[in-house]
Structures are given as C-alpha cells and as structure tokens.
Design a binder for this molecule. Structure first.
Ligand code: NAD
Ligand code: UFG
Length: 345
C-alpha cells in the first residue's frame, strides 16, 4: 500500500523524548511510520531523539512544545495532518506527586484534555494512552486481568492515570468513531540493545532498576530495600518487570488494533511473571559480575505487596507478548548505564 494512503501512518508521539517514548519511536520508525514528537523536555533530552535517528537511520520531526500551550499545539495539528496519537507525555514521579498535586493534576489531566480537544478539532480520533498497573491499587486478584476492578491509587500521580482513563472512556462513549486504547504498563525496565537510549532519571532515582544501576556504577553507596517482611517467599515485594523494547512493540501492535476500528479497549502489558526485589538484585549481580551492597529499610508508603499481569488478552487481541526475560532486561540496563554513566549529559 502507498504509505500516504494509510490513514494511520502519521503518528504524533507526545512525550516521545522520554524513556518509553524514545524506544517506541524506534519501533515506529522501523515499522515505516512517520513520527512527529511533541515534548517539552521537562524530564528528557533531545539527545535521545538524535540517538533514535542513529539507531534507525531514519528521520523524525520534533517540536519542543508543552501540552499546556494550546496555541502551539493547534499550530502543530494544523501543519502536520496527524492521524494517530500515542500519548506518553506526563509527569511520573509518585513521591513528587504527593508534594506537588496541583502540578501533577494540571500537567497530566489538563495536558490530556488540551490534546483531546485539539484532536477533536482536527478530526483525529485514534489514541493510545500510557496508563499504569497503579490504577488497580491493591489488586483484588493475582495475576491481574483487565476485568479486575480499578482500585484506589495511593497518590496523585496514580489518580491522574485513573481519571484520564475515565475521561478517554467518556470521549469514546460520546462519539463512537473514536478509537481509544488504554495500555496499562506493569514495570518497564531495560534499554535498547545498542546502549544508545535508556532510562535517564533526574536526581535520585525512585525506581528499583535505575537505583540498582547507579549503585553498580558507583554513584550510590547501597540499595535500600523497602521492606522484607511482606507475605512473599523472601519477604520483598513482587512486580512484573517488562523490557521497554517489548513494551514499545506493544504500541505498534496496538496501532494495528486501532485500524480495526476497535472502539474502547484496555490491555495489560506485562510478562505475567512476578519477581521479588531480591530476585531482581541477584539477577543484576549475575549480569554485572559482582555483589552489590544493600540495606533493608522500612516499607515504602503506598507500595503494594505483589503486582503481576495476566497479559493473555493482549496476546489474543493484539498478537503481542513479551519475549525478553529478566536477565536480558538487566543486561541491557547495565549496558546503557556503562555506556552513559551520566545519562544523556
Ligand atoms: P518520561 O518522563 O521519561 O517521559 C515522559 C515525557 O513527557 C518526558 O520526555 C517529558 O519531558 C514529557 N512531558 C511531560 N509533561 C509534558 C507536557 N506537559 N508537555 C509535553 N511534554 C511533556 O517517562 P516514561 O517512563 O517514558 O513514561 C511515559 C509514560 O508512561 C508516562 O505517561 C508515564 O506516566 C507512563 N508510565 C510509566 C511507567 C514507568 O515505570 N516508567 C509505568 C507506567 C506508566
Ligand atoms: N524498591 C526498593 N528500593 C528502591 C526502589 C524500589 O526496594 O530504591 C522496591 C519498591 O519498594 C517496590 C519495587 O522495588 O517493591 C518496585 O518499585 P518501583 O518504584 O521500581 O516500581 P513501582 O512498582 O513502585 O512503581 C512503578 C512505576 C509507577 C507505576 C507503578 C505501577 O514507577 O509509575 O509501577 O505498578 F505507577
């Protein structure tokens, strides 16, 4: 098919310079999509996009713009003839959201409303949204299926995901020519195999894997393990870690689903396997070839004991499943960290 005849070919990627966005740009370009990135670089660097071009040998268009700036957004839609939106842009620190709820609600929710209003104005009705397993709260069942009722997120960040899902559902209900896919990510880690793009947290990392890689590279003295008195085999919390490249591929498969005029859909993206904090640490130690110092700290407020996906719906309906295991995730994260000890700086 002539590329331009396919009405889904031009993809606007909001937050495309970020961790998951940059890996998704690689997969989109490799699948011959035209990519337009909008990112305000509040938590990322344009260098990631140069690296995306280096990996793929392909070009993309970048606008340094904020979703809160409606005029600029309007101009981008007017100029670019967008067909489909993948919406990653948002603030994502759980801790920070507790201290800055207004900033989080404004950035994530107002940003999404501005985006959807612009989409409506320009007749763009296909969107994939980055949600999170956090919407399940303390899960009612394990493994977690999409049928599992939404719980109560314990922080404003999680609440923004919870609410944006409802907003998108109502938009699609009001006009069934919209196609909305909500992807609920479990715990994305790892990096592109090339070591050219990866996770580049600002300041002290909140998340487990970037913290471990910084201990391994000597930036942090030791890992704090938040609680070893949970009702799990080794007492530490269990999560479903998923390679960021698998996650990125999931977005390309979701675009194929949009092409079927799928209406409103929700999919878990996880591997279906849960690993404890201790197991992740030991797997990373195996990969980097030495023991890493850690201390047992108290439980972290808001942590759920165990969270892992039933990802069979994504397999059945998107034809997607994760292929990389925990060791590969750790290898790629370590490769990225060694090659870029100070991230993109
Ligand atoms: P990230 O911070 O690396 O990427 C988000 C990007 O959005 C950044 O580049 C940032 O500069 C940009 N951005 C933020 N606010 C913006 C605004 N108002 N206008 C324009 N750009 C803006 O985060 P990530 O890990 O790549 O996450 C991507 C999405 O996936 C986020 O919505 C996040 O909440 C969601 N998510 C992430 C995880 C995770 O563990 N990484 C888990 C579940 C869901
Ligand atoms: N952990 C530590 N030490 C650390 C960091 C984390 O022991 O320094 C533990 C946590 O207590 C938890 C596990 O490692 O048991 C994973 O913690 P992360 O912060 O890496 O991930 P979370 O599961 O808490 O949160 C992630 C994303 C959120 C998302 C959530 C959905 O960061 O954006 O998954 O489940 F909402």
């Amino acid at each position: 098919m002539n590329k331009k005849e396919d009405e889904f070919m031009k993809i606007l990627v909001t937050g495309g310079a970020g961790f998951i966005g940059s890996h998704t740009c690689v997969e989109l370009l490799n699948s011959e999509y035209d990519v337009v990135v909008v990112d305000n670089l509040s938590n990322s660097s344009e260098v990631s996009l140069d690296r995306v071009k280096e990996i793929t040998g392909k070009d993309l268009k970048f606008y340094k713009a904020d979703l809160l700036d409606c005029d600029t957004l309007d101009k981008i839609f007017l100029k670019e003839h967008i067909e489909t939106v993948i919406h990653f842009a948002g603030l994502k620190s759980v801790n920070e959201s507790v201290d800055k709820p207004l900033e989080y609600y404004n950035n994530n929710i107002t940003g999404t409303i501005n985006l959807c209003a612009c989409m409506k104005k320009y007749g763009v009705k296909n969107i994939i949204f980055s949600s999170s397993a956090t919407v399940y709260g303390e899960p009612a069942v394990l493994p977690i299926t999409e049928q599992c009722p939404k719980g109560t997120p314990t922080n404003p960040y999680g609440m923004t995901k919870w609410m944006i899902e409802e907003i998108l559902k109502d938009i699609q209900l009001s006009d069934n020519s919209w196609n909305v896919i909500i992807l609920r990510y479990f715990n994305p880690i790892g990096a592109h195999e090339s070591g050219l793009i990866g996770e580049d947290p600002k300041g002290i990392p909140n998340n487990l894997l970037p913290y471990i890689t910084q201990v391994a590279i000597g930036k942090r003295d030791y890992l704090n393990i938040y609680g070893n008195d949970y009702d799990t085999p080794d007492g530490t919390c269990i999560r479903d870690y998923i390679h960021v490249v698998d996650l990125a591929r999931g977005h390309v498969m979701a675009i194929n689903k949009l092409k079927e005029n799928c209406g409103f859909k929700i999919y878990n993206l996880g591997t279906g396997k849960g690993y404890s904090v201790m197991e992740v640490l030991h797997t990373f130690e195996k990969v980097c070839g030495r023991k890493l110092p850690y201390k047992i700290a108290g439980r972290r407020k808001g942590d759920v004991m165990a969270s892992y996906a039933d990802a069979s719906l994504a397999k059945k309906e998107l034809g997607w499943e994760a292929i990389y295991d925990l060791e590969k995730m750790c290898q790629d994260a370590w490769n990225w960290q060694k090659k870029n000890p100070s991230g993109y700086q």
